[in-house]
Design a protein around this ligand. Structure first.
Ligand SMILES: [Zn+2]
Length: 154
C-alpha cells in the first residue's frame, strides 16, 4: 500500500464502506438501543451526560450536510428518526422527531433518553451555521410524552 494513502482518522464517508458479505450493512435496533440505554444511559456516570454530548457533537460535525433539510434527510436515512419543525421563531426552533429509536420502550417518568441524538443535531448545526447552536431535549417518548422533541437555539 502507498504510504500516503494510509488512513489516520475515520471520516463519516468511511462509515459507509462496508464489504462484509454475509451479514449485510444493517444491525438490529436492539443493538443500538443496548449501546444507547444499557451501555451509555445506565452504564455511564450521570446517565452519560457529558459523554453523550461529546460523542453526539463529534458525530454531528462529521456529517456531510449543508442545510437543515439535508440534516433531516440524513436523520431519516440513518433511521435515527423522522424530524419535523413544530415551532419556528427568530432564534429558536422546536423539532419533533417521530419514529425515534426509543418509540415502544417502557415508559419511565422523569427520564429523557435521546440526548445523544440531539447532540448530533447540535454538532451538525454548529458547524453548518459556524456559530454556537444549543440543542436541548424537551420531550421524550420514554418520559410519557407524545413524541421526542428538541429545542434548538441559535
Ligand atoms: Zn426518543
Amino acid at each position: 500500500m502507498n504510504r500516503a494513502s494510509v488512513v489516520q482518522e475515520f471520516t463519516f464517508d468511511d462509515m459507509a464502506k462496508i464489504s462484509r458479505t454475509k451479514l449485510g450493512c444493517a444491525v438490529p435496533i436492539e443493538l443500538y438501543r443496548a449501546i444507547r440505554l444499557i451501555g451509555m444511559y445506565q452504564g455511564l456516570p450521570m446517565r452519560g451526560k457529558g459523554t453523550t454530548v461529546t460523542i453526539g457533537r463529534k458525530i454531528g460535525e462529521s456529517l456531510p450536510v449543508h442545510s437543515l433539510e439535508e440534516l433531516f434527510t440524513m436523520f431519516r436515512g440513518l433511521k435515527i428518526g423522522d424530524p419535523h419543525i413544530v415551532l419556528e421563531e427568530e432564534h429558536k426552533l422546536h423539532v419533533a422527531v417521530k419514529d425515534c429509536f426509543c418509540e415502544g420502550l417502557p415508559e419511565m417518568e422523569g427520564h429523557m433518553v435521546c440526548d445523544l441524538e440531539g447532540a448530533i443535531m447540535e454538532g451538525a448545526l454548529t458547524k453548518l451555521k459556524n456559530k454556537r447552536v444549543l440543542v436541548k431535549e424537551i420531550k421524550c417518548n420514554v418520559n410519557g410524552d407524545d413524541c421526542c422533541e428538541y429545542e434548538i437555539r441559535f
